[in-house]
Write a protein that binds this ligand. Structure first.
Ligand code: BGC
Length: 391
């Protein structure tokens, strides 16, 4: 449909150019002046044609993009939404940005409204990745392409592309950080152990499943031989996943763990999958009287501003930096591709099977940040200004 619209607009542009051309040939002129005038007329005709063509292309670039985001309760999605809107508008698109505040049904209604309002393309970061199949089918039926943003859209053939980070790689990076920071190899040799608890992501988010896989691929051997000691015994995804990535639930769990299992011994490692969880864990630790002396290693994800401040003051040890500016850029190349009938850049065609199709993906690389490299990665990289971090 877009292709047809583009050819129609270009045809109009060409006719416009011809009309301008014809007009110039009717001008009556003589001698040198005539030649000069003719050349001027030709140049003017060329200019007009180029202008008409540019206008046509600009019009073709335009269109209405529905951007459905999950929640404004965490900083990263606010940044994601703002980046997408700004960049799409700069390209001449009209943007309908909606946040569902973690309510799957609200997100379905928002997407239905986007379709009814004439969206030409949908970008969706799902609240519940499997809850949108009916509305996704309706979009497909209406010829509206869908791009999955950060979270894979499950159980549907209506999704064209997926822009995200290497989600298993996020888990691997968190686990590798723990292995190195605590020198688990040396601990194993010495027969020492560290206590650890896990706070994993939402069960309706494929990213959370992959992240847990990435963590366990690295840490399971240390759990098996006792180098890591999980006193609650909660290590499986089923036992550690937290619905809708709730910070309150993470805090509550941590409070319960500390009173129920860590009265005699300190918790050494809080392996959390999200900065929001790290904030909940921080509150629980403070409530239980932990200080800098016995503060555990606390992990997170997203490198939110607050997390970076906590990393600098020592109440969070690390986070995973996911440059949402880059993600937005990659996603926008996908939007432009579906709008103009071209192919976007893809770097993974095998990993993201949504139970119906394997979705062609572009995966950005996550980077672990801690107090050592925060200045270099986050500040020098222009993600946050030094003064925002009190540096
Ligand atoms: C994202 C993470 C984010 C989490 C909670 C996941 O889908 O990949 O970056 O921390 O949702 O919002």
């Amino acid at each position: 449909m877009r292709r047809k619209a583009l050819s129609a607009i270009l045809a109009v542009a060409m006719v416009a150019a011809l009309v301008v051309g014809c007009g110039s040939s009717t001008t009556e002129t003589t001698g040198d002046a005539a030649a000069t005038e003719e050349a001027t007329d030709d140049a003017a005709a060329d200019d007009a044609a180029a202008e008409a063509e540019n206008e046509a292309l600009a019009a073709a670039e335009g269109g209405r993009i529905g951007v459905a985001m999950p929640t404004q309760s965490s900083e990263r999605w606010i940044n994601d939404g703002a980046n997408m809107k700004e960049k799409l508008e700069a390209l001449g698109y009209e943007v309908d940005l909606q946040y569902a505040e973690d309510d799957p049904q609200a997100q379905v209604s928002q997407i239905e409204n986007m379709i009814a309002a004439g969206a030409n393309c949908l970008v969706i970061a799902a609240v519940d990745s499997g809850a949108l199949t009916t509305v996704e089918a309706a979009a497909k039926e209406a010829g509206i392409p869908i791009i999955a943003y950060d979270r894979l859209l499950m159980d549907t053939d209506a999704v064209s592309y997926y822009a995200s980070f290497d989600n298993k790689g996020v888990g691997t990076a968190i686990a590798n950080y723990i292995v190195e920071a605590k020198d688990l190899e040396a601990a194993r040799e010495a027969g020492e152990s560290y206590t650890i608890e896990f706070f994993m992501g939402s069960p309706d988010d494929n990213n959370a499943v992959l992240l847990h896989q990435g963590i366990m691929e690295v840490l399971q051997p240390y759990l098996d031989d006792g180098t890591l000691d999980c006193k609650t015994g909660r290590t499986s995804f089923e036992d550690t996943c937290i619905l809708r990535w709730s910070q309150e639930t993470a805090q509550q769990w941590c409070e319960n763990y500390l009173t129920g299992f860590y009265a005699e011994e300190d918790l050494d490692i809080a392996c959390t999958a999200f900065d929001g969880f790290a904030y909940g864990v921080k509150a629980a630790l403070q409530g239980a009287g932990y200080t800098a002396e016995n503060w555990p290693l606390v992990t997170g994800q997203d490198a939110e501003l607050m997390a970076c401040k906590n990393i600098l003051d020592g109440t969070q040890t690390m986070s995973i930096y996911k440059d949402t500016r880059l993600l937005a850029e990659k996603c926008i190349t996908m939007v432009q591709a579906v709008m103009t009938g071209t192919e976007p850049e893809i770097n993974d065609t095998t990993t993201y099977d949504n139970n119906v199709i394997v979705v062609p993906s572009y995966l950005c690389t996550p980077v672990a940040v801690d107090a050592e490299n925060l200045q270099e990665v986050i500040v020098d990289g222009g993600y946050y200004a030094a003064e925002d971090l009190g540096l």
